[in-house]
Design a protein around this ligand. Structure first.
Ligand code: HEM
Length: 219
């Protein structure tokens, strides 16, 4: 949807995220940060000082799995919202084959990008995979409620899977944040919900044309 003259300078803006999309995203992001901090504190004694942020070791150990449930449910809803925008199409595979042009800013050589580019779509799949592994392994190692249902070998394996999936998730989110800061205007999309027409035309031209076409349709 286009909002005519909506920016402070009177420019037209395009709605990229609804308030529900944004609340859902930021609940996921805040719970991720809390989980990463408490998880690292439990992972190695050198990082145990982070437990002070959660009221000490015992509180941190109690809170971590519950915050994990919040992130899993919140991310699950986010994934359902954005699933259909993250399916790879022919242009996406071509975009990946031309990764050299992407990295060297030769955008004019690239196929037109839709709502998300192939990098964002692959990251989305990585996030879904990590979340599934984290919840499954997290339940097995949740001593208080579930661990006694499983043999010790399975609990040990689950602890390993949990740490590896968390590492991959943290690395993926670092890439996600770097990309969000790198593409000027992206953070605004997730904070205010809108982007300029120029941003959409430059970074997601096929999505831009779809938005313009939909806006011209009689309502
Ligand atoms: C912690 C700081 C984070 C920042 C600054 C951030 C920033 C952003 C921004 C700017 C966008 C919009 C990109 C665009 O419209 O092209 C976005 C989209 C998104 N973010 Fe985040 N994010 C953060 C954390 C997370 C976390 C922890 C998750 C999930 C585990 C997540 C999942 C997503 C998803 C699924 C999208 C939609 C993109 C897609 O469906 O491919 N974000 N984020």
């Amino acid at each position: 949807m286009i909002l005519p003259g909506a920016s402070l300078e009177g420019e037209d803006l395009i709605v990229r995220y609804t308030p529900n999309d944004r609340s859902n995203h930021w609940i996921t992001a805040i719970s991720f940060v809390l989980l990463a901090l408490s998880g690292l504190a439990m992972f190695h004694p050198a990082m145990f000082w982070l437990s002070a942020l959660f009221g000490g070791g015992q509180w941190m150990r109690i809170l971590h799995p519950f915050i994990g449930l919040v992130m899993f449910v919140s991310f699950g809803l986010l994934a359902l919202r954005f699933w259909h925008h993250n399916l790879m199409d022919r242009e996406d595979w071509q975009w990946l084959r031309q990764i050299d042009d992407v990295l060297n800013n030769r955008e004019e050589n690239l196929p037109e990008i839709g709502r998300y580019n192939a990098g964002q779509k692959m990251l989305f799949v990585a996030l879904v995979g990590c979340m599934i592994l984290l919840i499954l392994s997290g339940i097995v190692i949740w001593r208080r409620y579930f661990s006694f249902y499983f043999p010790i070998e399975i609990i040990r394996l689950a602890a390993l899977v949990h740490a590896v999936a968390a590492f991959v998730l943290i690395m993926s989110i670092i890439v996600h944040i770097y990309a969000a800061l790198w593409i000027k205007g992206s953070i605004g999309a997730m904070v205010r919900g809108t982007v300029t027409l120029g941003w959409a035309r430059k970074h997601h031209p096929r999505w831009f044309r779809e938005v313009i076409r939909a806006d011209r349709r009689p309502r």
